[in-house]
Unconditional design. Structure first.
Length: 420
């Protein structure tokens, strides 16, 4: 009987040890299962989102305290009996938990020596290191705000041809200038003046015309051509210096609209004139636009004048010539004339001096004192050297002049007197 009691005590101790181990392993397996479930879920999540996993390490100690840390309660293993023991009724056995730490009994029954059970050394608690891949959530892409479109500036309309003016007819137009006298190309400057002009084509010269008139004075290349026109500024009361080539664009244009041969700057003479010519209010001014003539290219048909009003460019086309172009008179051969010379050239010189009012009396072809004085007066008006000698350059300028309004009326009817 005593042996049976000792055997039962040993069984109770074994049960206690089994319960403890089973509880520990149940908790560990539960934690491992949970962790494996999380890892599997994260792996599936990573496959879907293709996110870079972040590895974290979690230290798990298989103790009852670990169950509390994981948020799960330790299952109640008291009263647990192995299957083989449950078959025996054990109603009269009272389990004393205090026997868990009790040494096995040394009592012997029926003269038989009880086998001493060696004390079980408790297994060291193991630390389980479990790696868990926690998926790093892919951040939501930040929407880039749409840039506010910049308002397009109102385009300035291109040049518009407003009129084609026949040769010899007058056309009036307006253009705007800035306070400094330059063209108002855009509407950015609110301070401006509006000018009114009229323009009339007066003359047109080809290389043959230049050669016949100026070939003996200038070394011409046979490519000279030009158009002469009269420009009038109407009722201007401002203070700006009005230089036409600074405020209106004047070029030569072919029938097809080609303007690749724009011509030289405006001058106040057919050849060897002054550039940067200014005009005065209500005083007509004769201006010339020379250009290079070429038989290989398209002939120039128009003088194209572009004006600027409120940012708009308007072009007026003036025909360069009429259908019938008069043949110019042959030019005279100029040589230097001085006091004492007698020739037909002196006779023509005196006639022109009389025509222009520099000489009175009748031409006789003899270069005398009066003729010398008349030439000196004309040289002063032309801004040339006042030496009284009629050089070729002086004669070119003299014969280019037209008679003054107060020319010597009745000069030829005056009493004949010596003009030399």
């Amino acid at each position: 009987m005593k042996r049976q009691s000792s055997e039962r005590a040993r069984l109770r101790k074994l049960r206690s040890v089994y319960r403890k181990r089973i509880a520990i392993w149940a908790i560990v397996m539960l934690i491992i299962g949970i962790i494996l479930g999380i890892v599997a879920d994260q792996l599936l999540f990573n496959k879907k989102d293709k996110a870079e996993p972040e590895v974290r390490e979690i230290m798990v100690t298989p103790t009852p305290a670990a169950a509390a840390d994981t948020g799960f309660e330790e299952p109640d293993m008291e009263g647990f009996v192995p299957d083989e023991e449950q078959q025996e009724p054990d109603d009269d056995i009272e389990i004393d938990l205090g026997d868990l730490d009790r040494e096995p009994s040394d009592d012997h029954t029926d003269g038989q020596e009880a086998t001493a059970e060696p004390e079980e050394t408790p297994e060291p608690e193991e630390d389980y290191t479990i790696s868990m891949e926690a998926a790093t959530a892919t951040p939501e892409p930040t929407a880039t705000p749409e840039p506010t479109p910049t308002a397009e500036p109102t385009p300035v309309p291109g040049p518009t041809t407003v009129a084609v003016v026949p040769f010899g007819e007058t056309y009036e137009f307006t253009t705007q200038i800035n306070p400094d006298g330059t063209a108002r190309f855009s509407t950015e400057n609110d301070s401006f003046e509006t000018l009114s002009f009229s323009l009339t084509m007066k003359d047109y010269m080809l290389p043959s015309d230049f050669a016949s008139k100026w070939g003996n004075v200038y070394k011409l290349q046979g490519t000279e051509a030009g158009a002469g026109f009269e420009l009038t500024l109407h009722d201007y009361t401002g203070t700006a210096n009005i230089v036409p080539q600074n405020i209106i664009k004047i070029v030569l244009q072919s029938e097809s609209g080609n303007t690749e041969n724009p011509g030289f700057q405006l001058m106040d003479a057919e050849i060897a004139g002054q550039p940067d010519v200014s005009v005065k209010s209500n005083e007509p001014k004769m201006l010339w636009k020379r250009y290079t003539f070429s038989n290989a290219g398209e002939p120039m048909e128009y003088l194209a004048v572009s004006t600027y009003n409120n940012g708009a460019v308007q072009t007026i086309l003036f025909e360069l010539k009429s259908d019938v172009v008069p043949t110019p008179n042959p030019a005279d051969q100029y040589t230097t004339l001085s006091r004492g010379t007698k020739s037909d050239a002196v006779l023509d010189l005196q006639k022109q001096l009389i025509e222009l009012g520099y000489l009175s009396g009748k031409a006789d072809g003899s270069y005398g004192e009066k003729t010398q004085t008349a030439v000196t007066k004309a040289q002063k008006d032309f801004g040339m050297e006042e030496n009284g000698t009629a050089t070729p350059d002086f004669q070119v300028r003299l014969f280019a002049e037209t008679a003054k309004p107060a020319a010597t009326e009745g000069a030829e009817d005056a009493a004949e007197s010596e003009t030399n």
